[in-house]
Design a protein around this ligand. Structure first.
Ligand SMILES: C[S@@+](CC[C@H](N)C(=O)[O-])C[C@H]1O[C@@H](n2cnc3c(N)ncnc32)[C@H](O)[C@@H]1O
Length: 212
């Protein structure tokens, strides 16, 4: 039987989309590890978060394209930590941790390495999907609630947080909660984020409160 026949329809659609995706081609030509880098480029071009940050945490970092951008744009003295369930090829200037972000020992290790509070936390984490929209939405909302608890412990005053979520109903309540902790909170859908994807980013800056 031909290989294509064996492939599930969804895999064929994914492959077709990848082959025709301008961002995938651009990323590969430029030596970026993933098309996801263009999402962070857009976020940073609009909100200018990276250049003044000296202590940065990249959650859900594999295969490392956001970390590539951080290493390229952050100040020379900036410390950059990347964390993911999966290991990825090392990058200059990026200190990598492999494991589950929800592991408290790992969170402590990150805090210890930084030696100071963070001024920028990015979360592009996507929990494994079930294919059921509402369940996937609730899974990522549970994860981002933990990111917020972590951020409240480790962010310095005026720090910023960028979090990916999948829309599904709970995001407005979460954004309202963020607004009690950060001075500015906006939803941002980068052009590099596929229209059909329910993914959207919350960009929160001006951290003012130490408790979630
Ligand atoms: C969309 S990818 C991130 C792409 C990355 N920003 C880049 O530019 O290369 C999402 C990542 O989140 C990671 N992830 C999901 N849940 C996680 C968790 N609980 N702890 C750590 N990483 C997690 C996955 O392993 C996956 O690599």
């Amino acid at each position: 039987m031909k290989i294509e026949k064996k492939m599930k329809q969804s895999s064929r659609q994914w492959l077709c989309r990848q082959l025709n995706d301008g961002f995938v081609k651009q990323a590969s030509t430029a030596g970026y590890r993933s098309r996801a880098i263009f999402k962070l480029m857009e976020i940073d071009d609009k909100f200018a978060l990276i250049k003044n940050a000296t202590s940065i945490i990249d959650l859900g970092a594999a295969p490392g394209s956001w970390s590539q951008l951080l290493a390229a744009r952050a100040a020379e003295n900036a410390k950059i930590v990347a964390l993911d369930l999966l290991p990825f090829a090392p990058l200059d200037r990026v200190h990598q941790y492999v494991g589950n972000f929800e592991d408290m020992a790992l969170q402590s290790a990150v805090a210890e390495y930084l030696e100071q509070k963070a001024d920028l936390i990015l979360s592009d984490m996507s929990p494994s999907t079930t294919g059921h929209r509402q369940i996937d939405h609730l899974k990522i909302m549970a994860l981002v609630e933990n990111v917020l608890i972590f951020a409240c412990k480790i962010l310095q005053m005026d720090g910023a947080l960028v979090i990916k979520i999948f829309q599904g109903g709970e995001e407005k309540r979460f954004a309202s909660h963020l607004k009690t902790i950060f001075r500015r909170v906006v939803f941002f859908k980068p052009q590099a984020s596929r229209n059909e994807s329910r993914e959207i980013y919350l960009v929160a800056s001006g951290f003012v409160l130490g408790r979630p």
